[in-house]
Design a protein around this ligand. Structure first.
Ligand code: 5GP
Length: 187
């Protein structure tokens, strides 16, 4: 069985995860596709809820077994991927599947699912604002902060390929717009 899919992409620090969490908390028709990753778990995260945290070897085994709809080595030795089993499980539950993935992975999902998927790009108001948000989060080392900002600048050039763009200038405004996007897509 195939259902609808809703994709949120945007640079690290754009606020897309906050928007996705809010939508999931307030709309029972939506459910999150839990990605697999090899990056270490943050203190605030739970295995099997935020991600399936697995080793690099396990990740590579699953690539070879064809278990991913898409996967990326987003940062060096930091693999992230969408499991086909997640999408199938959520469709069986009649849910609209929600993705929070990087831009490359997002475009791959769009290619795979076509019109079934609505692709939304969450845009920070500026690169400076993004830098400030990532610094405030205190989850990054100076090196990983630099890598994330560099990747973000590149990702911003992809916004035009998405079905919708939401500028996250204030969270309140971005959440309101995200709700309208969902309302137009999920009927
Ligand atoms: P973070 O380490 O901040 O949780 O995520 C880093 C980046 O990886 C974010 O842009 C996030 O959206 C992306 N990401 C998370 N899960 C996946 C996935 O399954 N596939 C891909 N391609 N990217 C993902």
């Amino acid at each position: 069985m195939q259902g609808k899919l809703l994709l949120f992409c945007g640079p690290s620090g754009s606020g897309k995860t906050t928007i996705v969490r809010h939508l999931l908390d307030t709309d029972p028709r939506l459910a999150f596709s839990i990605s697999a990753t090899t990056r270490p778990k943050r203190e605030t995260e739970t295995d099997g809820v935020d991600y399936h945290f697995i080793s690099v070897n396990e990740f590579k085994r699953r690539i070879d077994a064809g278990e991913f709809v898409e996967w990326e080595e987003v940062y060096k030795d930091r693999f992230y991927g969408t499991l086909r089993s997640e999408v199938d499980r959520l469709w069986r539950e009649n849910k609209v599947v929600v993705f929070d993935v990087d831009v490359e992975g997002g475009l791959q999902l769009k290619k795979t699912f076509g019109e079934l998927l609505l692709a939304v790009f969450v845009m920070p108001p500026s690169v400076e604002a993004l830098h400030q948000r990532l610094t405030a989060r205190q989850s990054e080392t100076p090196e990983s902060l630099k890598a994330r900002v560099a990747k973000a600048e590149h990702e911003l050039t992809y916004a035009f390929r998405f079905d919708r763009v939401i500028v996250n200038d204030t969270l309140e405004h971005a959440l309101e717009e995200a709700k309208q996007v969902v309302a137009g897509f999920v009927q």
